[in-house]
Design a protein around this ligand. Structure first.
Ligand SMILES: [Zn+2]
Length: 385
């Protein structure tokens, strides 16, 4: 049986060693089956934190004496369902970057379906034009989340067939007002929610590309962007932490799974990412992703759960996080609000977590708090900064 060195685990050595040999920038994202903790049956336990607490480590201290934190996040992959412009941009990107003939045919046929959809729904309200609903339900439990927005297709120089199709100047309806995506994100931000970056597929290893995308979102937001989550969790532990540092991010929340829930690095505590080449800590703090909607509820991949069983997984993960006083980071995609039981599970989860008396926070809030906590801890121990 392998013995895990927790320091090396957090630095990313195990993930780097187990990176698929056939990895290329185009390859599908390697998921939980490549993870060393999965092979040991430890994916559903924050083993690093358990070890820390069992050896006399002090559990993190959260605001108002709360026992654990819940970081709510949303990856904004789509802002409209019936926008013909966005559908055509998306089909074109997929056609031009198709990996095989089947994808080409599929997207060719898709253009006809999009056109028909547009005609059928021409007088209807777009079902995705309801971002205010996320704010309302979160406000009700005293929470504010992070929305990771796409920087606009025109800022993406190298495109992949999974890249998103909206532009920041596209029209939407927010809180019953017609506006642009940029105006909507400014409004969301002014209400106290965080806007982070959800960059393109090929940004994971390209500092200049990522900087451009960050600047595009910042310009629309009229504010600094400090948090990031890679689209599709497309991330290379050997490179991406340095790319995020180079582009000036403070917080990342990519490190979780697309097809499972659990603790990818054996922890639900934030930690500083590591440069494996130079063998030194980086300034970027990771807020690991523990549970995402698609991993549980997508009927075609991942765990393929029904709502009740998915809720049991949420409870199990919450209890594990609560035991060590960590951070439960959740991801719900706003575009799946159209599937009633995905939305219902979110409402149920929020209510449950409010009942558990968790501290709700955005990525920036938990990252800032963590820095403050670590600093106070180090000063208390006479360790300096
Ligand atoms: Zn995405």
């Amino acid at each position: 049986m392998t013995t895990i060195n927790y320091q090396r685990l957090l630095e990313g050595h195990y993930e780097a060693e187990r990176f698929p040999k056939d990895f290329s920038p185009e390859r599908i994202v390697p998921d939980f089956a490549f993870n060393v903790l999965n092979t040991m049956g430890l994916l559903y336990r924050p083993v690093v934190d358990e070890h820390f607490v069992n050896n006399g480590g002090q559990k993190p201290v959260w605001p108002d004496g709360k026992a654990f934190a819940v970081c709510l996040t949303h990856d904004v992959d789509a802002v409209s369902l019936y926008s013909l412009k966005q559908s055509l941009r998306s089909r074109l990107t997929q056609l031009l970057n198709a990996e095989n003939a089947f994808q080409k045919v599929k997207n060719g046929v898709g253009i006809g379906i999009d056109l028909a959809n547009k005609v059928i729904h021409r007088n209807q309200k777009d079902p995705l034009h309801c971002y205010e609903r996320w704010l309302e339900v979160e406000k009700k439990v005293g929470a504010r989340s992070t929305f990771f927005f796409w920087p606009g297709l025109s800022t993406v120089t190298k495109r992949h067939h999974t890249d998103r199709a909206y532009e920041l100047y596209d029209p939407v309806v927010f809180d019953n007002q017609k506006c642009t995506v940029a105006e909507m994100i400014r409004e969301i931000n002014l209400s106290g929610w965080e806007i982070g970056l959800h960059p393109s597929w090929y940004s994971y290893n390209d500092v200049d590309e990522l900087k451009r995308q960050k600047e595009s979102l910042e310009k629309a937001l009229c504010n600094e962007v400090v948090s990031i989550r890679q689209h599709y969790l497309h991330y290379d532990i050997r490179i991406t932490p340095c790319v995020h540092t180079g582009a000036g991010f403070k917080y990342d929340s990519t490190l979780g799974f697309n097809d499972n829930v659990g603790f990818r690095f054996g922890t639900c505590y934030p930690w500083r990412l590591y440069d494996l080449k130079r063998e030194e800590d980086l300034p970027v703090i990771e807020i690991p992703l523990i549970v995402q909607d698609g991993a549980m509820l997508n009927p075609a991949k991942g765990l393929r759960l029904d709502e009740d069983t998915a809720f049991r997984y949420v409870i199990q993960m919450t209890e594990e996080v609560e035991k060590v006083g960590g951070v439960l980071t959740l991801l719900w995609h706003p575009n799946w609000i159209i599937i009633p039981h995905w939305w219902d599970l979110y409402l149920r989860t929020l209510e449950y977590l409010q009942h558990k008396n968790a501290w709700f926070c955005s990525v920036k809030e938990v990252g800032d708090w963590w820095k403050h906590f670590i600093l106070a801890f180090r000063q208390d121990k006479g360790l300096g900064e």
